[in-house]
Design a protein around this ligand. Structure first.
Ligand SMILES: Cc1cc2nc3c(=O)[nH]c(=O)nc-3n(C[C@H](O)[C@H](O)[C@H](O)COP(=O)(O)OP(=O)(O)OC[C@H]3O[C@@H](n4cnc5c(N)ncnc54)[C@H](O)[C@@H]3O)c2cc1C
Length: 404
């Protein structure tokens, strides 16, 4: 997005990308294996997402609404249910959140306000949401951010892109090339010195301005001058979580009649299994299940991809009361992507901590008017850690540079 905006403003742009593909944490899996442009990274467009939706319209791509009649089922504690059970104490949380004067980690907020045994289920549920949805460590995650998420109001509609998020990246790349920009793949930047950049393959580049858009932890892998390193150390105060995402394509949607129910409208299934959360492509017909496990527990996993696929099948077998062998025989294609072990991502996405606003201020300051940092982690809105966050921040940084 930075590249596209700057080419549009008449700048000559060179993109240096370490991988052999564009998109980073947007990663389209091969359609010939999965039957459609499945997503190994980002998948949903959450909420309003005005910058993403404007870009989607400009690119002529198609938004698919995740329909409200998709059913969420829950098999936690072994009991199947499609109702949100009342968790004792949940109704008391909004008032405590509203009264909060100073930010503190969620785990501490719960300890201070809801330590009693009668709130144990509620505490577990909030911790699970923090770890599962925000991929965050409850010992670090900001309670203010949780408050904004909960009390921000409005039912939020999610969408997917029929052509896949990868098509949006293709559009941006085409725009950059059309505007005279150059894109180098397999160009891993290792050193940034003043206006000069060096890559692992020995290539060198020089520019008037440099925009660094690597994920937060990857900043440690690049050698900057001491002043920049000191200023950008602030990055460590922003949370950055891990996700393992599994994408399984089956011969047919065997789950649509299972557990004695009509599950043909299944959207999400929550469980207590090793891979606890699963979703379908409903309302799209693809016989694909996506597994998700996130947060500190995912970060600790050292399992290989083959082992993760096996644990994913076992989780599904337990949830849907099937034989693992039966499911294995129905499997056509499978990936289990552990983003924390990806050298150029080192995790999935950032999350707010009580210290992250101050850290974002530091990281947003250009160094000597030459060096800029951009990416999802610098976004100030409600949806930090998303594609919208990356696009919006990229657009802002480009505007700052274009203003001179
Ligand atoms: C599993 C998963 C699921 C997600 N689900 C969603 C979702 O449903 N909806 C949503 O909105 N968001 C989702 N996200 C988050 C979203 O993908 C990211 O917030 C967003 O794509 C980040 O964009 P970015 O440009 O800031 O960083 P990146 O996409 O990480 O881009 C940084 C680029 O820098 C490159 N790079 C790294 N090191 C170097 C180097 N040394 N030299 C040169 N290049 C380098 C990387 O290869 C990468 O291409 C998900 C992320 C993951 C991992």
């Amino acid at each position: 997005m930075v590249g596209r905006e700057l080419t549009r403003a008449g700048h000559r742009v060179t993109i240096l990308e370490a991988r052999d593909r564009l998109g980073g944490r947007i990663w389209e899996l091969p359609a010939d294996q999965f039957g459609y442009r499945a997503e190994g990274g980002a998948e949903f467009i959450h909420g309003e997402a005005p910058i993403t939706k404007a870009l989607v319209a400009e690119a002529g791509l198609t938004l698919v609404r995740a329909r409200r009649d998709g059913q969420r089922w829950d098999k936690r504690s072994g009991k199947l249910s499609n109702r949100d059970d009342d968790v004792p104490g949940f109704d008391l949380v909004p008032a405590k959140l509203a009264a909060l004067k100073r930010d503190l980690p969620i785990a501490e907020f719960l300890d201070r306000n809801f330590a009693a045994d009668k709130f144990a289920a509620m505490r577990r549920s909030i911790i699970r949401m923090t770890e599962g949805y925000d991929a965050a460590d409850p010992l670090r995650a900001s309670t203010f951010a949780l408050r904004d998420e909960w009390l921000g109001g409005g039912m939020r509609q999610s969408h997917r892109l029929e052509e896949g998020y990868g098509a949006l990246m293709d559009f941006l790349a085409a725009e950059i090339r059309k505007g005279g920009g150059t894109i180098h793949l397999r160009a891993e930047v290792t050193v940034v010195e003043d206006t000069k950049v060096r890559c692992a393959n020995g290539a060198r580049f020089n520019g008037d301005r440099i925009v660094v858009t690597v994920p937060l932890p990857v900043l440690h892998d690049i050698q900057f001058d001491p002043a920049t390193t000191a200023q950008w150390q602030a990055a460590d105060a922003i949370g950055y979580g891990d996700v393992i995402k599994l994408v399984f394509r089956f011969k047919h949607a065997w789950w649509s009649q299972a557990l004695g129910h009509d599950l043909s409208h299944l959207s999400f299934m929550m469980s207590d299994e090793f891979v606890p959360t699963w979703w379908t492509q409903y309302p799209r017909p693809y016989p694909v299940l996506t597994g998700w496990f996130a947060g500190p527990r995912a970060a600790q996993s050292r399992l290989s991809e083959a082992m993760l696929i096996e644990r994913g099948l076992e989780s599904l077998a337990h949830i849907f009361e099937q034989e693992v062998g039966t499911l294995r025989a129905l499997l056509i294609a499978a990936r289990a992507l552990h983003w924390g072990q990806d050298k150029f991502a080192r995790g999935a996405y950032s999350y707010a901590t009580p210290e992250s606003y101050a850290a974002q201020d530091e990281l947003s300051k250009p160094v000597r008017g030459i060096l800029y940092y951009a990416g999802e982690a610098l976004y100030r809105g409600r949806d930090m850690g998303t594609v919208e966050a990356a696009l919006a921040n990229g657009k802002d940084v480009a505007a700052t540079i274009a203003r001179g």
